[in-house]
Ligand binder design. Sequence first.
Ligand SMILES: [Zn+2]
Length: 167
Amino acid sequence: MSEVVYENEKLKVYMASEGAAIKFSFEGCIDEDFHCENLVGKNPAELHIDFKDVKVINSCGIREWVNFIEKLGSAVPIKYNNCPQIIVQQINMVDGFLSANANVETFFAPYFCEECDSEHVILLKGSDVATGVAPTQKCPDCNASEDMEFDAIEKQYFHFLEIKKSA
Ligand SMILES: [Zn+2]
């Protein structure tokens, strides 16, 4: 059961209970029209955020997001899930996008199959990337015996995991 708790022309936010936790699922575009007031003050034991259907986040949206995370406060543990590449990039670049009480559980990462010349976006767990090295992945499209190539710079793409380890 999920209900829409926030809506503007470009963005919808759904809320669902997951035990003592609350999950917010964002769908659409996070920009200057996103205002988080409806989403704060619910005080769950834990907050889960699902970014799977976020298509765009612009610089104003990033500012609103950091504001949102600050308003939630540091007492509630936050888990980010299904982070698309555009969100991973912001987490890596923007101080405060991922606060000290927040962690990335799952995120998408780009791979390339040289055998069939195709790009694939694979869902990874933070724990899959133990030493900053992309886990090996087979192409889902062809029967290539070779693993796919990781299609980003590992040190940059997995930067957020290192920040968390050294915190
Ligand atoms: Zn392939």
